[in-house]
Design a protein around this ligand. Structure first.
Ligand SMILES: [Zn+2]
Length: 430
Protein backbone atom coordinates (compact mmCIF):
# COMPACT_ATOMS: atom_id res chain seq x y z
CA UNK A 1 0.00 0.00 0.00
CA UNK A 2 1.17 3.49 -0.73
CA UNK A 3 0.83 4.81 2.79
CA UNK A 4 1.33 3.24 6.19
CA UNK A 5 -1.67 1.81 7.94
CA UNK A 6 -2.50 3.65 11.12
CA UNK A 7 -1.41 1.49 13.99
CA UNK A 8 -4.06 3.06 16.20
CA UNK A 9 -6.90 1.96 13.97
CA UNK A 10 -5.24 -1.30 13.08
CA UNK A 11 -5.62 -2.11 16.75
CA UNK A 12 -8.90 -0.29 17.07
CA UNK A 13 -11.76 -2.29 18.43
CA UNK A 14 -14.33 -0.88 20.72
CA UNK A 15 -14.26 -2.32 24.24
CA UNK A 16 -17.42 -4.16 23.33
CA UNK A 17 -15.81 -5.69 20.24
CA UNK A 18 -12.94 -6.94 22.37
CA UNK A 19 -15.47 -8.99 24.33
CA UNK A 20 -16.34 -10.89 21.16
CA UNK A 21 -16.53 -14.59 22.03
CA UNK A 22 -17.01 -17.88 20.24
CA UNK A 23 -19.21 -17.47 17.15
CA UNK A 24 -22.78 -17.78 18.42
CA UNK A 25 -25.37 -20.25 17.27
CA UNK A 26 -28.75 -18.94 16.31
CA UNK A 27 -32.08 -20.38 15.47
CA UNK A 28 -34.00 -17.83 13.36
CA UNK A 29 -37.68 -18.66 13.41
CA UNK A 30 -40.80 -17.60 11.57
CA UNK A 31 -39.31 -15.58 8.71
CA UNK A 32 -39.81 -16.13 5.02
CA UNK A 33 -36.51 -17.18 3.52
CA UNK A 34 -35.61 -16.46 -0.11
CA UNK A 35 -34.94 -19.59 -2.14
CA UNK A 36 -34.48 -17.64 -5.35
CA UNK A 37 -35.23 -14.24 -6.85
CA UNK A 38 -38.94 -14.97 -7.10
CA UNK A 39 -39.50 -17.64 -4.46
CA UNK A 40 -39.44 -17.84 -0.67
CA UNK A 41 -40.57 -20.31 1.95
CA UNK A 42 -41.37 -19.93 5.63
CA UNK A 43 -38.83 -22.00 7.47
CA UNK A 44 -36.53 -21.90 10.45
CA UNK A 45 -32.86 -21.31 9.85
CA UNK A 46 -30.14 -22.59 12.13
CA UNK A 47 -26.78 -20.88 12.11
CA UNK A 48 -24.09 -23.20 13.39
CA UNK A 49 -20.37 -22.52 13.12
CA UNK A 50 -21.12 -19.67 10.73
CA UNK A 51 -23.07 -21.89 8.32
CA UNK A 52 -26.75 -22.06 7.42
CA UNK A 53 -29.01 -25.04 7.94
CA UNK A 54 -32.65 -25.23 6.92
CA UNK A 55 -35.44 -26.53 9.13
CA UNK A 56 -33.06 -28.44 11.40
CA UNK A 57 -34.38 -31.27 13.55
CA UNK A 58 -35.33 -30.29 17.07
CA UNK A 59 -32.15 -31.62 18.68
CA UNK A 60 -29.79 -30.16 16.09
CA UNK A 61 -28.72 -27.35 18.40
CA UNK A 62 -27.36 -29.92 20.80
CA UNK A 63 -25.38 -31.59 18.01
CA UNK A 64 -24.06 -28.21 16.91
CA UNK A 65 -22.95 -27.36 20.39
CA UNK A 66 -21.23 -30.69 20.72
CA UNK A 67 -19.43 -30.17 17.41
CA UNK A 68 -18.15 -26.87 18.66
CA UNK A 69 -17.13 -28.32 21.98
CA UNK A 70 -18.89 -25.34 23.48
CA UNK A 71 -21.45 -25.02 26.25
CA UNK A 72 -23.00 -21.97 24.54
CA UNK A 73 -26.70 -22.70 23.96
CA UNK A 74 -28.48 -21.94 20.74
CA UNK A 75 -30.27 -18.61 20.97
CA UNK A 76 -33.68 -18.51 19.32
CA UNK A 77 -34.72 -15.25 17.67
CA UNK A 78 -38.25 -14.62 16.45
CA UNK A 79 -38.08 -13.11 12.96
CA UNK A 80 -41.76 -13.32 12.14
CA UNK A 81 -42.79 -10.48 9.78
CA UNK A 82 -39.34 -10.43 8.17
CA UNK A 83 -38.00 -11.81 4.94
CA UNK A 84 -34.42 -13.08 4.88
CA UNK A 85 -32.36 -12.56 1.73
CA UNK A 86 -28.78 -13.54 0.96
CA UNK A 87 -26.21 -10.91 1.91
CA UNK A 88 -25.36 -8.82 -1.14
CA UNK A 89 -22.14 -9.24 -3.12
CA UNK A 90 -20.58 -5.99 -4.35
CA UNK A 91 -18.21 -7.00 -7.14
CA UNK A 92 -16.33 -3.70 -7.41
CA UNK A 93 -15.33 -0.94 -5.02
CA UNK A 94 -12.30 1.02 -3.89
CA UNK A 95 -12.86 1.03 -0.15
CA UNK A 96 -10.48 3.85 0.75
CA UNK A 97 -12.61 6.42 -1.09
CA UNK A 98 -15.83 5.94 0.87
CA UNK A 99 -15.76 9.41 2.43
CA UNK A 100 -14.92 11.24 -0.80
CA UNK A 101 -17.52 13.39 -2.49
CA UNK A 102 -18.22 12.72 -6.15
CA UNK A 103 -15.49 14.49 -8.13
CA UNK A 104 -15.59 15.51 -11.78
CA UNK A 105 -17.41 17.53 -14.40
CA UNK A 106 -18.09 14.99 -17.11
CA UNK A 107 -18.88 13.62 -19.47
CA UNK A 108 -15.33 12.64 -20.38
CA UNK A 109 -14.05 10.58 -23.28
CA UNK A 110 -12.40 8.10 -20.93
CA UNK A 111 -11.36 7.63 -17.30
CA UNK A 112 -7.89 9.09 -17.93
CA UNK A 113 -9.45 12.45 -18.81
CA UNK A 114 -11.49 12.25 -15.64
CA UNK A 115 -8.44 11.37 -13.50
CA UNK A 116 -6.45 14.29 -14.96
CA UNK A 117 -9.35 16.61 -14.16
CA UNK A 118 -9.84 15.62 -10.53
CA UNK A 119 -6.52 14.45 -9.14
CA UNK A 120 -4.96 17.44 -7.41
CA UNK A 121 -3.59 15.92 -4.22
CA UNK A 122 -2.50 19.27 -2.81
CA UNK A 123 -5.87 20.93 -3.25
CA UNK A 124 -9.11 20.64 -1.37
CA UNK A 125 -10.99 18.30 -1.03
CA UNK A 126 -8.50 15.62 -2.14
CA UNK A 127 -5.82 16.95 0.21
CA UNK A 128 -7.97 16.70 3.34
CA UNK A 129 -9.36 13.32 2.32
CA UNK A 130 -5.91 11.85 1.74
CA UNK A 131 -4.69 13.20 5.08
CA UNK A 132 -7.00 10.70 6.84
CA UNK A 133 -5.05 7.53 7.66
CA UNK A 134 -5.72 4.89 5.07
CA UNK A 135 -6.90 2.38 7.66
CA UNK A 136 -9.65 4.79 8.74
CA UNK A 137 -10.68 5.37 5.13
CA UNK A 138 -10.83 1.61 4.52
CA UNK A 139 -13.06 1.22 7.57
CA UNK A 140 -15.47 3.83 6.22
CA UNK A 141 -15.52 2.06 2.87
CA UNK A 142 -16.47 -1.16 4.63
CA UNK A 143 -19.17 0.67 6.63
CA UNK A 144 -20.60 2.13 3.40
CA UNK A 145 -21.07 -1.44 2.16
CA UNK A 146 -22.42 -2.81 5.44
CA UNK A 147 -25.11 -0.14 5.72
CA UNK A 148 -26.68 -1.21 2.43
CA UNK A 149 -26.60 -4.96 3.07
CA UNK A 150 -23.35 -5.94 1.37
CA UNK A 151 -21.67 -8.88 3.07
CA UNK A 152 -18.92 -9.50 0.49
CA UNK A 153 -17.08 -6.77 -1.38
CA UNK A 154 -14.31 -6.92 -3.95
CA UNK A 155 -11.75 -4.17 -3.27
CA UNK A 156 -9.92 -3.17 -6.46
CA UNK A 157 -6.52 -2.32 -5.06
CA UNK A 158 -3.65 -4.10 -3.31
CA UNK A 159 -4.78 -6.68 -0.79
CA UNK A 160 -5.66 -5.35 2.65
CA UNK A 161 -3.44 -6.96 5.32
CA UNK A 162 -5.11 -10.03 6.74
CA UNK A 163 -5.09 -8.99 10.42
CA UNK A 164 -6.83 -5.72 9.54
CA UNK A 165 -9.24 -7.20 7.03
CA UNK A 166 -10.49 -9.71 9.59
CA UNK A 167 -11.78 -6.86 11.76
CA UNK A 168 -13.86 -5.24 9.04
CA UNK A 169 -17.59 -5.90 9.29
CA UNK A 170 -17.90 -7.20 5.71
CA UNK A 171 -15.93 -9.88 3.90
CA UNK A 172 -13.32 -8.52 1.53
CA UNK A 173 -12.49 -10.88 -1.33
CA UNK A 174 -8.97 -12.27 -1.03
CA UNK A 175 -8.63 -14.70 -3.92
CA UNK A 176 -7.99 -12.59 -7.01
CA UNK A 177 -5.28 -10.97 -9.07
CA UNK A 178 -5.73 -7.54 -10.51
CA UNK A 179 -4.41 -4.73 -12.66
CA UNK A 180 -5.74 -1.20 -12.55
CA UNK A 181 -6.22 -0.93 -16.30
CA UNK A 182 -4.28 -1.30 -19.54
CA UNK A 183 -3.15 2.33 -19.28
CA UNK A 184 -2.17 2.37 -15.60
CA UNK A 185 -1.60 -1.30 -14.76
CA UNK A 186 1.86 -2.81 -14.61
CA UNK A 187 2.70 -6.16 -16.21
CA UNK A 188 -0.89 -6.86 -17.20
CA UNK A 189 -0.18 -9.91 -19.35
CA UNK A 190 2.29 -11.34 -16.82
CA UNK A 191 -0.16 -10.87 -13.96
CA UNK A 192 -2.82 -12.65 -15.95
CA UNK A 193 -0.47 -15.54 -16.76
CA UNK A 194 0.40 -15.95 -13.08
CA UNK A 195 -3.29 -16.22 -12.15
CA UNK A 196 -4.33 -19.68 -10.95
CA UNK A 197 -7.33 -21.51 -12.36
CA UNK A 198 -10.59 -20.49 -10.65
CA UNK A 199 -9.06 -17.22 -9.48
CA UNK A 200 -10.49 -14.03 -10.97
CA UNK A 201 -8.14 -11.67 -12.81
CA UNK A 202 -9.86 -8.29 -12.50
CA UNK A 203 -9.13 -5.21 -14.63
CA UNK A 204 -10.86 -1.95 -15.52
CA UNK A 205 -11.30 -2.02 -19.29
CA UNK A 206 -13.23 -0.08 -21.93
CA UNK A 207 -14.03 2.65 -19.39
CA UNK A 208 -14.54 5.25 -22.07
CA UNK A 209 -16.40 6.13 -25.21
CA UNK A 210 -13.41 6.51 -27.56
CA UNK A 211 -11.55 4.26 -29.98
CA UNK A 212 -8.91 3.26 -27.44
CA UNK A 213 -11.59 2.06 -25.06
CA UNK A 214 -13.31 0.09 -27.84
CA UNK A 215 -10.02 -1.62 -28.74
CA UNK A 216 -8.94 -2.68 -25.23
CA UNK A 217 -10.88 -5.93 -25.18
CA UNK A 218 -9.22 -7.03 -28.43
CA UNK A 219 -5.77 -6.15 -27.05
CA UNK A 220 -6.44 -8.29 -23.99
CA UNK A 221 -7.42 -11.14 -26.28
CA UNK A 222 -4.33 -10.76 -28.43
CA UNK A 223 -2.03 -11.15 -25.43
CA UNK A 224 -4.02 -14.16 -24.26
CA UNK A 225 -5.50 -12.40 -21.24
CA UNK A 226 -9.14 -13.07 -22.03
CA UNK A 227 -10.48 -16.35 -20.70
CA UNK A 228 -12.90 -17.54 -18.00
CA UNK A 229 -10.66 -16.08 -15.28
CA UNK A 230 -10.91 -12.57 -16.71
CA UNK A 231 -13.30 -10.07 -15.12
CA UNK A 232 -13.73 -6.83 -17.06
CA UNK A 233 -14.92 -3.88 -14.99
CA UNK A 234 -17.06 -1.37 -16.95
CA UNK A 235 -16.83 -2.40 -20.63
CA UNK A 236 -18.82 0.70 -21.63
CA UNK A 237 -16.76 1.35 -24.77
CA UNK A 238 -17.06 -2.18 -26.15
CA UNK A 239 -18.82 -2.57 -29.47
CA UNK A 240 -20.98 -5.51 -30.45
CA UNK A 241 -17.92 -7.54 -31.55
CA UNK A 242 -16.29 -6.83 -28.20
CA UNK A 243 -19.30 -8.07 -26.28
CA UNK A 244 -19.47 -11.19 -28.43
CA UNK A 245 -15.77 -11.86 -27.92
CA UNK A 246 -16.07 -11.45 -24.14
CA UNK A 247 -18.95 -13.92 -24.07
CA UNK A 248 -17.16 -16.39 -26.38
CA UNK A 249 -14.13 -16.43 -24.09
CA UNK A 250 -16.32 -17.10 -21.03
CA UNK A 251 -15.04 -13.94 -19.33
CA UNK A 252 -17.14 -11.92 -16.88
CA UNK A 253 -18.32 -8.32 -16.80
CA UNK A 254 -18.92 -5.97 -13.87
CA UNK A 255 -21.45 -3.22 -14.47
CA UNK A 256 -21.32 0.05 -12.47
CA UNK A 257 -24.08 2.11 -14.07
CA UNK A 258 -24.17 5.32 -12.01
CA UNK A 259 -20.39 5.61 -12.05
CA UNK A 260 -20.37 5.22 -15.85
CA UNK A 261 -23.18 7.71 -16.26
CA UNK A 262 -21.37 10.28 -14.11
CA UNK A 263 -18.01 9.84 -15.85
CA UNK A 264 -19.00 9.15 -19.44
CA UNK A 265 -22.61 10.26 -19.74
CA UNK A 266 -23.57 6.71 -20.71
CA UNK A 267 -23.46 3.12 -19.55
CA UNK A 268 -24.17 -0.35 -20.92
CA UNK A 269 -27.60 -0.74 -22.45
CA UNK A 270 -29.83 -3.56 -21.34
CA UNK A 271 -29.38 -5.53 -24.59
CA UNK A 272 -25.62 -5.61 -23.99
CA UNK A 273 -26.09 -6.60 -20.35
CA UNK A 274 -28.40 -9.44 -21.36
CA UNK A 275 -25.80 -10.88 -23.72
CA UNK A 276 -23.72 -11.99 -20.79
CA UNK A 277 -24.19 -15.01 -18.61
CA UNK A 278 -21.50 -13.92 -16.18
CA UNK A 279 -22.28 -10.36 -15.12
CA UNK A 280 -22.48 -8.52 -11.78
CA UNK A 281 -23.82 -5.15 -10.71
CA UNK A 282 -21.45 -3.16 -8.51
CA UNK A 283 -21.14 0.21 -6.82
CA UNK A 284 -17.62 1.35 -7.78
CA UNK A 285 -16.15 3.98 -5.44
CA UNK A 286 -17.86 7.00 -3.93
CA UNK A 287 -15.66 9.20 -6.15
CA UNK A 288 -17.99 8.52 -9.07
CA UNK A 289 -20.98 6.49 -7.83
CA UNK A 290 -24.37 7.96 -6.93
CA UNK A 291 -24.32 6.31 -3.50
CA UNK A 292 -24.17 2.63 -2.62
CA UNK A 293 -25.10 -0.71 -4.14
CA UNK A 294 -28.82 -0.12 -3.49
CA UNK A 295 -28.59 3.06 -5.56
CA UNK A 296 -27.15 0.96 -8.43
CA UNK A 297 -30.10 -1.42 -8.17
CA UNK A 298 -32.54 1.49 -8.24
CA UNK A 299 -30.79 3.03 -11.24
CA UNK A 300 -30.63 -0.25 -13.15
CA UNK A 301 -34.32 -0.81 -12.46
CA UNK A 302 -35.65 2.73 -12.88
CA UNK A 303 -33.57 4.21 -15.69
CA UNK A 304 -32.41 1.14 -17.56
CA UNK A 305 -35.46 -1.07 -17.06
CA UNK A 306 -33.64 -4.11 -15.74
CA UNK A 307 -36.12 -6.53 -14.22
CA UNK A 308 -36.25 -7.13 -10.47
CA UNK A 309 -35.05 -10.71 -11.06
CA UNK A 310 -32.07 -9.51 -13.10
CA UNK A 311 -31.04 -6.96 -10.48
CA UNK A 312 -31.40 -9.54 -7.70
CA UNK A 313 -29.22 -12.09 -9.49
CA UNK A 314 -26.52 -9.54 -10.33
CA UNK A 315 -25.91 -8.74 -6.64
CA UNK A 316 -26.30 -12.28 -5.31
CA UNK A 317 -25.59 -15.59 -7.04
CA UNK A 318 -24.36 -14.17 -10.36
CA UNK A 319 -21.99 -11.77 -8.60
CA UNK A 320 -20.69 -14.69 -6.53
CA UNK A 321 -20.06 -16.60 -9.76
CA UNK A 322 -18.20 -13.65 -11.32
CA UNK A 323 -15.90 -13.55 -8.27
CA UNK A 324 -15.76 -17.36 -8.07
CA UNK A 325 -16.81 -17.38 -4.44
CA UNK A 326 -16.92 -20.94 -3.17
CA UNK A 327 -18.85 -20.99 0.10
CA UNK A 328 -22.39 -20.40 -1.05
CA UNK A 329 -22.17 -16.59 -0.88
CA UNK A 330 -25.14 -14.98 -2.62
CA UNK A 331 -27.45 -17.86 -1.67
CA UNK A 332 -29.21 -19.22 1.41
CA UNK A 333 -28.68 -22.86 0.57
CA UNK A 334 -28.04 -25.62 3.08
CA UNK A 335 -24.47 -25.40 4.33
CA UNK A 336 -23.81 -21.96 2.81
CA UNK A 337 -21.86 -19.44 4.79
CA UNK A 338 -24.32 -17.53 7.01
CA UNK A 339 -24.24 -14.18 5.20
CA UNK A 340 -27.76 -12.77 5.20
CA UNK A 341 -29.92 -9.68 5.54
CA UNK A 342 -33.46 -9.22 6.89
CA UNK A 343 -36.14 -6.79 5.76
CA UNK A 344 -39.68 -6.21 7.02
CA UNK A 345 -41.80 -8.58 4.92
CA UNK A 346 -44.52 -7.20 2.66
CA UNK A 347 -45.37 -10.65 1.33
CA UNK A 348 -43.95 -10.04 -2.13
CA UNK A 349 -41.18 -11.72 -4.10
CA UNK A 350 -37.62 -11.48 -2.70
CA UNK A 351 -36.46 -9.60 -5.81
CA UNK A 352 -39.20 -6.99 -5.34
CA UNK A 353 -38.23 -6.57 -1.68
CA UNK A 354 -34.65 -6.01 -2.81
CA UNK A 355 -35.65 -3.48 -5.47
CA UNK A 356 -37.55 -1.49 -2.83
CA UNK A 357 -34.80 -1.79 -0.24
CA UNK A 358 -33.27 1.31 1.30
CA UNK A 359 -31.15 1.96 4.38
CA UNK A 360 -34.23 2.35 6.56
CA UNK A 361 -35.80 -0.94 5.52
CA UNK A 362 -32.61 -2.94 6.06
CA UNK A 363 -32.75 -4.12 9.67
CA UNK A 364 -30.28 -6.96 10.03
CA UNK A 365 -26.96 -7.93 8.48
CA UNK A 366 -25.24 -11.15 9.50
CA UNK A 367 -21.80 -12.13 8.19
CA UNK A 368 -20.51 -15.62 8.87
CA UNK A 369 -23.14 -16.02 11.59
CA UNK A 370 -22.10 -12.84 13.42
CA UNK A 371 -24.41 -9.84 13.77
CA UNK A 372 -22.90 -6.83 12.02
CA UNK A 373 -25.92 -4.51 11.80
CA UNK A 374 -29.22 -4.19 13.63
CA UNK A 375 -32.04 -1.67 13.64
CA UNK A 376 -32.92 -0.48 17.16
CA UNK A 377 -36.32 -2.16 16.96
CA UNK A 378 -34.91 -5.50 15.84
CA UNK A 379 -32.18 -5.25 18.48
CA UNK A 380 -34.89 -5.78 21.09
CA UNK A 381 -35.38 -9.32 19.80
CA UNK A 382 -31.74 -10.25 20.46
CA UNK A 383 -29.93 -10.59 23.75
CA UNK A 384 -28.34 -7.51 25.31
CA UNK A 385 -24.96 -9.08 24.72
CA UNK A 386 -25.46 -8.72 20.97
CA UNK A 387 -26.20 -5.00 21.17
CA UNK A 388 -23.26 -4.50 23.52
CA UNK A 389 -20.99 -5.56 20.66
CA UNK A 390 -22.31 -2.83 18.37
CA UNK A 391 -21.99 0.95 18.20
CA UNK A 392 -24.64 3.46 17.14
CA UNK A 393 -24.44 5.40 13.89
CA UNK A 394 -26.98 7.61 12.19
CA UNK A 395 -26.99 7.73 8.38
CA UNK A 396 -29.36 10.12 6.59
CA UNK A 397 -31.47 10.21 9.75
CA UNK A 398 -31.62 6.40 10.11
CA UNK A 399 -30.33 4.90 13.37
CA UNK A 400 -28.33 1.71 13.16
CA UNK A 401 -26.19 -0.38 15.48
CA UNK A 402 -23.13 -1.68 13.68
CA UNK A 403 -20.00 -3.70 14.36
CA UNK A 404 -17.47 -0.92 13.91
CA UNK A 405 -15.56 1.48 16.17
CA UNK A 406 -17.91 4.22 15.03
CA UNK A 407 -17.03 6.95 17.50
CA UNK A 408 -13.33 6.52 16.91
CA UNK A 409 -13.77 6.56 13.13
CA UNK A 410 -16.04 9.58 13.32
CA UNK A 411 -13.65 11.57 15.49
CA UNK A 412 -10.72 10.95 13.13
CA UNK A 413 -12.81 11.89 10.10
CA UNK A 414 -13.99 15.10 11.79
CA UNK A 415 -10.44 16.06 12.67
CA UNK A 416 -9.54 16.08 8.97
CA UNK A 417 -12.80 17.03 7.26
CA UNK A 418 -14.58 19.29 9.71
CA UNK A 419 -17.90 18.98 11.45
CA UNK A 420 -20.08 17.51 8.70
CA UNK A 421 -19.23 13.99 7.61
CA UNK A 422 -20.76 12.37 4.55
CA UNK A 423 -20.39 8.76 3.54
CA UNK A 424 -20.96 8.30 -0.20
CA UNK A 425 -23.07 11.45 -0.12
CA UNK A 426 -25.14 10.55 2.96
CA UNK A 427 -24.84 12.54 6.20
CA UNK A 428 -23.37 10.57 9.09
CA UNK A 429 -23.76 11.36 12.78
CA UNK A 430 -22.87 9.46 15.93
ZN1 LIG B 1 -13.05 0.99 -10.25
Amino acid sequence: MGEPMSQTLLEARSPAMQRSVTPPMWRLTGARVATGAATAITTDLAVINGRLHHAPPANSHRRGAAQMGSPIPVQTVDLRDYIILPGLVNAHDHLEFGLFPRLGHGPYQNFLEWAADIYYPNRSPVKEQLSIPKSVRLWWGAVRNLLCGVTTVCHHNPQIPCSFRARLPVRVVTRYTWAHSLALGKNVAETFRSTLVDTPFIIHAAEGADEQSRAEIFWLDQVGALDPKTVIVHGVGMDRAGHELLERRGSALVWCPTSNQFLLGRTLDLDSVRQHRRIALASDSALTAAGDLLDEIRFARGHLRATAEEAYAMVTNRAADVLRLMRGEGTLTEGAVADLIAIADDGGRPCDSLSALNLERLELVMVGGEIKLLSPSLARRWSNEVSANLERLEIDGVDRLIAAPVRNLFNVAQKHLGKEIHLAGKRVRV
